[in-house]
Ligand binder design. Sequence first.
Ligand code: HEM
Length: 335
Amino acid sequence: MSRPRTSSVCQLIVLPILLLSWIVVLFSFAPWAEAQLQVGYYNHTCPSAERLIRTIVLASIRRDPGNGPGLVRLFFHDCFVRGCDASVLLDTAPGSNATSVEKASQANTPSLRGFSVIDRAKRVLERRCHGTVSCADIVALAARDATGIMGGVQFAMPSGRRDGRASNVSDVLNSLPPPFANASMLVGSFAAKNLTADDMVTLSGAHSFGRSHCSVFSFRLYPQIAADMNATYGRFLRRRCPAATGRRDRVVDLDPKTELLLDNQYYRNVQTREVLFPSDVTLLSQNDTAALVDLYASNRTAWKVRFAEAMVKMGNLDVLTGDQGEIRRFCNRVN
Ligand code: HEM
């Protein structure tokens, strides 16, 4: 008789503890526990927000297709530096040091583009739903739309980000990988953002559209064409990027084959070493990254699916939510 009573007492004490710890574990691993962002975040507060952003992005790409790659890169440069908080959009406050903001970094000036598209979307959204849609969300949704329009990769982008109040030029080169990075530097720089080597290879596929300035990679053309660059491609690039260009920094397409399409052609270019940066060709130097290059080169759908997932994952980087940060009135300055 006494034995069943002891065990039921034990059960009374132990079971709730087990249940509680199970709930704690469940919640700490549940995706909704970490991501406070939501798909359709503006459905009630500004129902036309996503449609308006898409319309503006589409019009901007029709006017100048360079806006598409520009917006995708803007999203990357925003999220990697202080998180996706639109800090990349801030101008220097009047009276302070003109070279102090992220925008002024050599990684962003003069190459980053798409700012005017974000400003136009913000103006329209402020008229429609004053003080509601953050600049950080506009950057993320515009990058998603550019991906859809130029790559046919459709996906839902969660929103609910708020805008940061700070931007420091010194954060940029510490956070973004340089174009001369080798594979382990790239893996390390993405790992610092909780992104995997697979995410890095997958997101590098964005180098299948858009452009680069010659100054970024001319060290691979002169005095000799780099050993790890396709020689024919190197000679083609030399004509586009002459050694003595004076002060003019010309631009060339990142993808010599399908420059207006965001597609898996990038991975074929890596395989044939027809890519501009050491950070591209280095993907062949490690077994795991090279295997993924081969997979994506031959399987466009696999890359598209993973690219969409990786963009959403990047969009979660150190986001401000709830009562953190603010909803800026103008994307280029804090309220
Ligand atoms: C893996 C490390 C990366 C390095 C070292 C790198 C470096 C660069 C450089 C140097 C340029 C040329 C800028 C210019 O001179 O105009 C460029 C362009 C570009 N990058 Fe990356 N990038 C990386 C990853 C990414 C990622 C993750 C994305 C987005 C998902 C991205 C999207 C782009 C796009 C779309 C362009 C063309 C921009 C335009 O046409 O305006 N890059 N990148």
